[in-house]
Every structure is written in C-alpha cells, then in structure tokens.
Write a protein that binds this ligand. Sequence first.
Ligand SMILES: O=C(O)CCC(=O)C(=O)O
Ligand SMILES: [Fe+2]
Length: 341
Amino acid sequence: MSTYYGEFSVSNDALGDGQELRRRMDEDGYLFIKGLLDPGKLLALRQEILQVCRAGGWLIESTELMEGVADVSRQCTEGDPEYLEVYHEIYKLESFHRSGHWPEVLDVMENVVAGSVLPHPQKIARLWFPKYTEHTTPIHQDYVHFQGVYDTYTCWAPVGDCPRELGGLALLPGSHKINAVHAHHFSLGAGALAIDEEELPRDWLTTDYEIGDSLIFHSLTVHQALPNVTEDRLRVSLDNRYQSAEFAIAGHMLEPHIGGEAAITWEEIYKNWESTELQYYWKDLELETLAWIEKWGVQAFEEALDRARQGDPQARHNLRRMLKSDTQSDSAKRATAALAE
Ligand SMILES: O=C(O)CCC(=O)C(=O)O
Ligand SMILES: [Fe+2]
C-alpha cells in the first residue's frame, strides 16, 4: 500500500506566543514555520557549503554552483571515509556553526522550552546524493541518536528550496505521545536504526519546503527523510538540536558530529575562525552530562551481523562501510568474521 503524505500545519500565526507554541508542540509533536530563517543568510551558507562540495569533486564541473548538480558517481554518505573528507571541511565553517545560533531560531526555541535555551554544540549538516534511495534516513525517533532528555528538539531546515522530490523530512503528527522509544532495527540508511513501518499509523505529513522554512520536532516524534529522486541534485540541510539549559545533556552532544576513529576535534574546527564567541560556548555552563545508552546501537549491530551471515546485501554493505574506518575494534573483528562466513 502506498503512503499518502499530507501537508504540515503552519504555525507562523503563533510566533511570539510561547504558550500556544508549546500547546501545539504538545499536541502535534512538531511546529512548521514558513520563512523562519533569513534566505539571504541561508544562500550565503549554501554557497560556502557547495564550494566545499565542488572542491571535493562532488559537483559536475561547469554547472552553476548554487544549483548543486551532483556527480552521481561520487555517491557516498555518513560512515564512508570519502563523505567525511568533505563533511569535515564543511564542519570547519564558522558560518555553519553560527547558523545554529541565529536569533530567529533561538527566539522560537526559547518559547518552545519556556526558558533559557541550550543549542547543542554538536551541529549537523546533511549532504544527500540523488538516486541513493537505499541509504535514505529511515523511519526513526531522534532520541535513539541524541539521547539526553526527551524534551530535546530538532530544527530541520533545508539550505535551499527542497521540494518533495529532493527528499525533505516527513513526520507522523502526535507520534511523540507514546512517551517511549519504539523498537529500532538495523537499517542501511543514515543513523542505521529504523522503526518498522507496519507498527505505525500512515498519516504522514511533509511539504515542498522553500528556503527559510523550518521544521521543529520533539525527540520522540517519528520521522524519516523522503528519498532524493531528482536526476542530479544534491540535497543540503541542517538539523540542529535544542533543549532547556536547565536539563542534563547527553555527553556525546558536546562533541563534533560523526567520524569514529577519524573524528575531527574542536581545535581543528576552530583553527581559522574569525571570532571566538561561539568557541566552546558551553564550557562555562557547567552542564550535567549523561552517559551514552548503547542498547539501540548494539542491538542493530547484532542484527546486521546476523543478516550479513545470511547474505543480506544491505547488512554486508553496512559492515564493509564500517570496516573502511575501523579494522581493529572487537566489533570490526566480528564484522570481518561475519562477512567471511
Ligand atoms: O536530513 C536527514 O536525512 C535526516 C534528518 C533527521 O532525521 C533529523 O533531522 O532528525
Ligand atoms: Fe532524525
């Protein structure tokens, strides 16, 4: 049965009314704000990001930079060393980190958390190749990845227009109300954890995002990315996280995003920044940190091993991807053994 995607409700009418924004977040698990972010600033950021992608060989030469025309033969994603090479250069951009602190975002988020807001130090950009459907972000709740407290919120925003075919985010309204984490299983898509579609209702919502639009949702709200089915366009987006500054935060959210053994350090990231204002901005807050909960990742890895032994191509791809950046750990040894069976 194919799924029909309805349209988000727009919450611009409630901007500035914290109580109403919180009521809607409690009711629907999301807020969709049209034109929240300034298109001029986003376009400047898009240009910087795409310049890095072009320098990394991801874009077709002689095409208009801002169109983001991808060289499909360079397809890669999170976990691939060739993705990290480009992503880490983007991660060094001061403007990319600053975008998570733009006042228009902080204003809304202060209203959502009803007080002083903590933007997570770990910022995230996603660079999504076209026709790479198997690797699309699967159905999940953010809590399994970002953890900390349930009342953590994601702001997802495309850096450029993002019509449905470019693969924007879709979510299930009200799905946070189960107030619990669904079972997550192995998936080849980003994050490697997925909820079974059969367990869920089918009233998915999405939209044809325009530059500046922002989708804000709760850490238990069930969501997924739609596949990028364009011929040759790269999807560029931001997903940053916010919570009340009064709550504890998961310790890993104080570290840069992804890399495992090849991770980049804050020192490397800050090397060429002009301003120190946002460097280590969380250090004087004396935040209480929470330990990483391993269970979802561990379970998905066991599933990947089982499926790889049975010859499942997605699981085998996942383990081979992991072995490109880690050959020494116990998990790497188990992955090597499973692939050899
Ligand atoms: O952009 C994506 O593909 C994944 C985004 C996502 O799952 C999130 O922002 O939480
Ligand atoms: Fe997510």
